[in-house]
Structure formats: C-alpha cells, structure tokens
Design a protein around this ligand. Structure first.
Ligand code: PEP
Ligand code: MG
Length: 889
C-alpha cells in the first residue's frame, strides 16, 4: 500500500524538513516545526506523489486515499477534541496547496472548511461569539465559492458593499452578527444562481472539493506560466495540507501576521513583519486593511505594534524567531496566528529576499559562526547578483516627487506608465521601458510584472503579492502608495492635484518608495561591503578562471572592476566600425588587387595597434585573447543606395561597381560562408595586418608598463588541422618579423576557437598545432543543432514552452548534445597535449548552469560579458563546491 497521507502535530509527526519533495515545502516544515516543539495546530499532508498519480490516472484518486484521509482526520479530531461535521463541537480545517518550491499562481488557501448551516450554530455556541461565527461562515463561503467553485470574487464583494451601505458603516468589522447572517443568506442564493447547484453543506464533500481544487490548480495557466518562468518541472506536483483551524478573528486578543526573521529587503538582522488584530490570514496579504508593525521600534505615530497590543504572544514569537533561525540556519518567512493570546505557527520557509539581503544575510551568518564561508557562498543565487548591478537614482539629479509608497523592492526604474499586464508585456516586447501601475497585483499579473522595469501599487504592504513577487524577480517596486489614486477607466494616476496619463514617463525608487514624474538620471552601482566580502570568499574556493569578452577600453575596465582575470575573447571586427575606420575597411573590401588591399590595411594598422596597446595596458599582466577577423566581408558594406553612393565617392568608384561588389559578397546563409579563417587564408594580408598590430601593440605596452603581456592570438572557425597550420604559420612569421624589427621578443600563444563539429571530431589533430582551445559555443550550438542563430527566435520559445527543449540552448548549454561535443573535443585535445589550455567564450560563459558544466569537464576558464563577471565568479565557486546544474531542486 502506498502511503499518501502524512500526519503532523499532536504527537503524530510523520514528516521532516528534508521530505520537501514528497510533502511540499509547507507540509515538510509544519512537521519539522511540530517535531522541534513549536505550537503547530495538528493536521496532515497529502503527498506530491498523489498529485502525480492523480494526473497519470486521468484525474482519479487511488482507492486507498479515502481511508487514509479519514484516519488522519480522526487523529486531528482526537488531538483537538472536536469532530468534523459535528453540530455541537465542529472541527474546522484549512486546506492549502504546497509545492516543493513556493509557487504563486496555484490555489492558495481555503479557511474555515467544515462550516454549514448547522455547524455555524455549534461554533457560535462553543465560542460564545455570534459575530465571529457568522463572519467565519461568510468568509468560508466566499473563499470556497471563488477558489473551488469558480464564482467571481467581485460578486461576493458587491454583496458586502451593499450590506455596509445599508448598515451605514465603513469597516467590515462594524457589521453585526445579524448583518453577517444576512450576507451568508445572500451569498448562498448568489452561488446557487451562478453554479446551478446549492452551496455544498456536507463537510466531507467540501473537503474533497477543496482537495480537488488544489490538485486542479497545479495545471492552471497561471501555475504553468510561473513554472515556465522558473524552470519548475510539471512532474513535481503539489501537496495538499489540511490543518485544524485556529482563529485570529475571535476578538481583540486574537491576531494574524506574517514576518521575516531578518529584513528581506536589506538583510538587516532585525525582526521584521506585519500583523492585524482580529483578522484572518488573507486580510494581511490582500491588503484590505493596513497591517501594523510587529515591534515598537518600527511603529510610526498612530500605529500600534504587536509588542504593545499582544505583549505575551509577541514575546513567544520573538523566542520562535530565535529557535527557527538556529534550527534552519537561514532567514525564515513565518506565518502565525494568535488565538486568545496563544501563539500558533502556520508556516515557516526560507524567506525570499533581495540580492542585497541575500548577500548580507549570508555574510553576517558566516561572521556570526552560524554557517561557514563555503555555505555562505552557496547561499547566494549567482543570477540574482544582476539585481545589485542595477542602477540607482543619481542623488544630484533633479526630480519632481509625485507620491510615495513603501520601499518594497530596491533599484530604480523609469518607464512609461501602463495600467494592465497584457499591455505591459506587449509594449515591452516592442522594446519600450514600462512601469506597471496597479491598485494591487495578483498572480494573474506575473507576466506583466516580468515584462515591466518596475512595479507601482497603491494598496498592500511589504508582504503583499506585488512586494513579494517583485523582490523575487529583482524588479524595483513601490507598493501601497496610498496617496496616489489609480483610475483604470481613465487610465490615469493622480496625487496632490497632479495627474499622469498612460504612456507618460514615471520613475520609481524602490529603495525609498518614492515615485517621480518624468525620468530621473541614474548612476551605476558600486560593489563594496558584503558584495566584496562574499566575492572574496567565492574566489578562494573557485577553480575556474574568469575572463571577459571585451574589445573596448570601457568594457575592459568595467570587467576588471568586476574582477575579470583577463580577456577571453576580443572580437576585433567590433573595432572596425568606428566612423574613422569603416571607410578604410570598405576601401580594403573594394580594392581590386593585393596592392590596393595592402594600402587600405596599412591605414588600419595604427588604429588596431592603438586598440591592442590599450587593452594590454588595462589588462596589465593578465592574459588577453585576441581573435582575428571572423565575420564575412559583406557585413561591413552598406545596403541602402544612399550609403552605397557614399562608399563609391569615398573609394573613387562608381556606384554600380560598389553595388556589384556588394552583390558578389552577399551570402545566402551569412553565418556559414566566407568567414573566419577562410578569410584569413584567402586574404592572408588581413590576418598579417592584425597579427602585426597585436605584436607591435604588445611590445609598446611592455615598454610602457615594464611588464610584457602574453598575447593569445585566436583563429576563428577552424575545421581542419591544415587551416590552423596555415594561419598559424602566418602569425608566427609576422611575430618573428616584428620581434626582429623591434629588437625585442615576447612570449605569445596561438590557439583556435572550437566552434564547428568537424573541429570537434579532429580536435586531437588540431591540438598538434594549437596552444589553446576556446569553445565558441554560440556557433557550436548553431552548427550542432543545424539551427541558425539569427532565425532561432522564431520558434525556440514555442519549443521551450512545449517542453521539447528544457531551455533555450543559446542561453544555457545543451549538455546532452552540444555539451557532449565540448567534452569530446576537450578529451581529444588533452590526449594530444596533456596541459592544453581550454576555455569557453560563447554566451554560455556567463550562465551558471553552463559554468557548472565547464567545471565538471575541467575547463580552465570561462569568458563572459563584463556585467556577468561577478555572476560567473560566484557560479564558478558554487560549481567547485558541487552545487549542481539544477538550481530549483
Ligand atoms: C561563439 O561562436 O561562441 C563565439 C564566441 O563567437 P561569435 O559569437 O563571435 O561567433
Ligand atoms: Mg563564433
């Protein structure tokens, strides 16, 4: 018999924290908290395996599930002394989803399940509080009606709004038991009209309805989108947690809240959270009432902290904070309820945090001795470092404040105001910077939030949906800007008599919560403090070298600042496009004979030499790999008539000649024609000029700095040994000439890109000629897949969406195919030359999963764009510590 159901609480703890894959995060941690003696209401978890079995079996449950659920329900009844469905002493339960990783987008929670026209009377008698009983009943119908039965939640809100109007009150809490009773009656009529059947009164029917809704929500479109964005496989499934209710809405000695053991925005080691007196969980998250701070220190005038309102429960909560941090050794995100001054824990999990907070918490926990430095290095997601590289507002820049909200997620963003998520996605796809403006967000807005540069909401607290999701995504967010009003109909936001319309630019500062009209100048981030500390620790454990792909002095300097240990790829063709050079390049292309080409190349030489001298100077003493010309020549010719005429005038030819030459050079598939070493072989003078510029530049830099650089000359698009032999001979000859002329020689290497399948297959032979291999995984992906780099975007997203490919292979290396080629070439290369130096310089060099693969096959370095260098340093350290490719597991 398969065990589908695991109990927790009241002495029956069948789960543990490390059973997250089976019990989901919520279920595993509830069991763990109960085991370490924290006050957890008893309950049970239906496993993720059941979810998978349910889908495998045409959405039917296994026969033995019912008996297991009944048995576990019996354990809860025994523990709390109440019975499910009992008219006098009814047990009420909550039903929540809980996947392996927390996943907004799925069914969240149904509270107060088990209430019906009879049991509500029992609850009223047992609690002695009619308002509480009827308020709980209407909440149940509302939640169950919307999340399980699919009735639009506005229909419920309308009924409450009318009730409040009739009663002449503003706050929900001012409604009397009789009012709630009337609301319940109206709810039931409305639900029956909507679904064509009465609201279910049988608690067991209610329970199975809610369980079915959780499993059903695993495959809803929102959950599917979220999974796609976060690489979560559909096969993981969700668990369902059923737990005895405790009530935060029984009066002034009751409350509910959410908190973090440290500040999730900054990482500061202070207790951080919000609570509401006399409320149930959804009130905090939904932003209907404004939550109050936990500690007195954080309370503003007019706010009453939990420390003051419920001092003994607060003291208990502070103790729980200590216990949980010491037990889990990580910052926790906690949900709790206080019923008649007694504290109950409803959830704990590793708290989502900004990258800045993640760094600070890891560093401070290591410094406090809670974890060691290696563990600290493992704790920070390399991809999240991107957030710290976000610009912030220039403090000196002029600005016009429009309004203010909560600083929900740091970083600054400017963009046009857009009021709905579909439009945000559409405009951003066209390249526009947008700021998504909503009264509040829901899981339906995930795609819009993802597309937006920043998010502004006018309702909700620091733990509202918008705040939590934006932090997770690394989007700047200002939440709960109550002074700003949003009118979706008119497409405006207004504050203090001023109005901003859709399409006008606004700027957000997620660190202060300020909102500005218009754009505000920004500055680049600095990387000191915790960032530098953690990077230092990462550097101590990583084995892979980190280089950068750079050709301009600015890029090279940026990369050095970020810790690059050399240049792994300098694409020399990028140096050909500057206005004072492109004319000369075109002269070379248009020349009819060798003499004409040489004359043009002679003019290019000083430019290239100066470029290389700059790079060698900036990279002072570090290796610099310079790739000789790669793209086909037509890429340097213009396409429009007016520009062709300019080239004709500049080269003294008529436009027809230019047009003819452009036509001659054009290629059907420009990526696989007359390019790379094929150019170097047919026009040896081009590579000769470049080699001369490199060696002259290197000697100039050596004289200037007193330290000779070691240039690494790299030949692109090699597919045979002979090609490398010919081009290498050219380079060696130029080197000898230059060293003789200058009276000085320096060390240098000549190597090759490995970016074609044939080069992989004969890598042992190519290695006889090469001093190093650099894997050009962009072209290798293109040629191994037979998939044009420039046309892949037309269908790859559909492939990834349909699960045909797990990820875009141009972003993250296809380990199975392209990776196998890289491994094979590396093995063959080493078979010829044991210590052959090897690195990767395709886009994959900055992707954490691909870096883990490079570590696995023992490459020497990865090379990536300057802004990815910190990401690569950390990813390489984690790879050395054995953190695998799958970051979501
Ligand atoms: C590659 O092909 O991976 C590479 C680095 O070169 P490029 O992108 O310039 O073709
Ligand atoms: Mg290439």
């Amino acid at each position: 018999m398969t065990k589908w159901v695991y109990s927790f609480g009241a002495g029956h703890n069948e789960g543990r924290a490390d059973m997250r894959n089976l019990l989901g995060g919520k279920g595993a941690n509830l069991a763990e908290m109960a085991t370490i003696g924290l006050p957890v209401p008893p309950g049970f978890t239906i496993t993720t395996e059941l979810c998978t079995a349910y889908y495998d079996n045409d959405r039917r449950y296994p026969d033995d599930l019912d008996a297991q659920v009944r048995a576990s329900l019996g354990l809860i009844e025994e523990a709390v002394g109440l019975r499910f469905g009992d008219a006098a002493k009814p047990l009420l339960v909550s039903v929540r989803s809980g996947a392996r990783v927390s996943m907004p987008g799925m069914m969240d929670t149904v509270l107060n399940l088990g209430l019906n026209d009879e049991t509500v009377r029992g609850l009223e008698a047992a609690s002695g509080d009619a308002r509480f009983a009827w308020d709980s009943y209407r909440r149940f119908i509302q939640m169950y009606g919307s999340v399980v039965l699919g009735v639009d939640h506005h229909r419920f809100e309308e009924i409450i709004e009318n009730a409040k109007l009739d009663a002449g009150v503003i706050e929900d809490t001012a409604l009397s038991p009789q009012h709630w009773q009337a609301v319940v009656a109206e709810y039931k009529v409305m639900v029956e009209q909507e679904r064509g059947a009465p609201f279910p009164m049988d608690p067991h029917e209610q329970l199975w309805g809610a369980i079915g809704a959780v499993f059903g929500s695993w495959m809803n479109p929102r959950a599917n989108t979220y999974r796609r964005l976060h690489d979560i496989p559909a096969t993981w499934g969700t668990a369902v947690n059923v737990q005895a209710m405790v009530f935060g809405n029984m009066g002034a000695d009751c409350a509910t809240g959410v908190c973090f053991t440290r500040d999730p925005s900054t990482g500061e080691n202070t207790f951080y959270g919000e609570f509401l007196v006399n409320a149930q969980g959804e009130d905090v998250v939904a932003g209907i009432r404004t939550p109050q701070p936990l500690s007195r220190l954080r309370a503003h005038p007019g706010e009453v902290s939990m420390e003051e309102a419920l001092p003994s429960a607060y003291a208990d909560l502070v103790a729980v904070r200590e216990t949980l941090e010491h037990h889990y050794l990580d910052m926790q995100d906690i949900e709790f309820t206080v019923q008649q001054n007694k504290l109950y824990m409803l959830q704990t999990r590793s708290g989502k945090r900004t990258a800045a907070a993640s760094l600070r918490i890891a560093v401070e926990m290591a410094e406090a001795g809670l974890i060691d430095r290696r563990e600290a290095v493992k704790r920070v997601n390399p991809a999240s470092l991107d957030q710290l590289l976000h610009p912030t507002l220039d403090p000196k820049a002029p600005r016009t404040v429009f309004g203010k909200g909560l600083p929900a997620s740091p970083g600054a963003a400017s963009g046009v105001a857009v009021f709905n998520s579909d439009e945000a996605e559409m405009r951003s796809a066209k390249g526009e910077a947008v700021v998504l403006v909503r009264i509040e967000t829901s899981p339906e807005d995930i795609h819009g939030m993802h597309a937006a540069r920043g998010i502004l909401t006018t309702r909700g607290g620091m733990t509202s949906h918008a705040a939590v999701v934006a932090r997770g995504m690394g989007r700047p967010c200002v939440a709960g800007a109550g002074g700003i009003s949003v009118d979706y109909g008119a497409q405006t936001l207004s504050a203090g008599g001023k109005t901003i319309r859709a399409g006008e630019t606004i700027t957000l500062d997620g660190a202060t919560g300020e909102v500005f009209s218009g754009a505000v100048a920004m500055i680049e981030p600095s990387m000191s403090g915790d960032f530098a500390t953690l990077m230092g620790w990462a550097d101590q454990v990583r084995r892979l070298g980190i280089r950068t792909n750079a050709e301009t002095p600015l890029d090279a300097e940026t990369a050095r600042k970020f810790g690059a240990e050399g240049i792994g790829l300098s694409r020399t063709e990028h140096m050909f496009f500057a206005p004072e050079r492109i004319g000369v390049v075109r002269q070379m292309i248009m020349a009819d004979d060798l003499a004409g080409r040489r004359a043009a190349l002679d003019k290019l030489l000083p430019f290239q030499r100066a470029d290389f001298t700059d790079l060698f100077r900036i990279m002072h003493g570090l290796p610099v790999t310079i790739r000789l010309l790669d793209p086909p020549l037509h890429e340097f010719l213009p396409h429009q008539d007016s520009e062709l005429a300019e080239v004709a005038a500049a080269t003294g030819q008529d436009i027809e000649q230019v047009r003819r030459r452009a036509a001659e050079l054009s290629e059907a598939n420009p990526m696989l024609g007359h390019r790379g070493c094929r150019l170097g072989i047919t026009y040896p003078e081009i590579y000769e000029m470049q080699a001369r510029a490199i060696f002259e530049g290197a000697i100039a830099a050596a004289r200037e700095t007193g330290e000779a650089p070691v240039p690494e000359v790299m030949i692109p698009l090699i597919s045979t040994r002979r090609e490398l032999e010919i081009t290498r001979a050219q380079v060696d000859k130029v080197a000898a000439d230059v060293f003789r002329e200058q009276g000085q020689s320096i060390e240098y290497l000549v190597g090759t890109m490995i970016e074609l399948p044939r080069a992989v297959l004969v890598a042992d032979k190519i290695a006889e000629i090469a001093d190093f291999f650099s894997f050009g995984t962009n072209d290798l992906t293109q040629t191994v897949f037979g998939l044009s780099r420039d046309d892949a975007g037309r269908f790859l997203p559909a492939y990834v969406e349909a699960g045909i490919l797990p990820k875009d292979p141009f972003v993250s290396i296809d380990v199975e195919g392209v990776g196998a080629m890289v491994r094979m070439a590396a093995d063959k290369g080493r078979a010829t030359k044991n210590a052959l130096k090897m690195g990767i310089c395709g886009e994959h060099g900055g992707d954490p999963a691909s870096i883990a693969f490079c570590e696995e096959i023992g490459l020497d370095y990865v090379s990536c764009s300057p802004y990815r260098v910190p990401v690569a340093r950390l990813a390489a350290a984690q790879a050395a510590l054995g953190v695998g490719v799958d970051r979501t597991a």
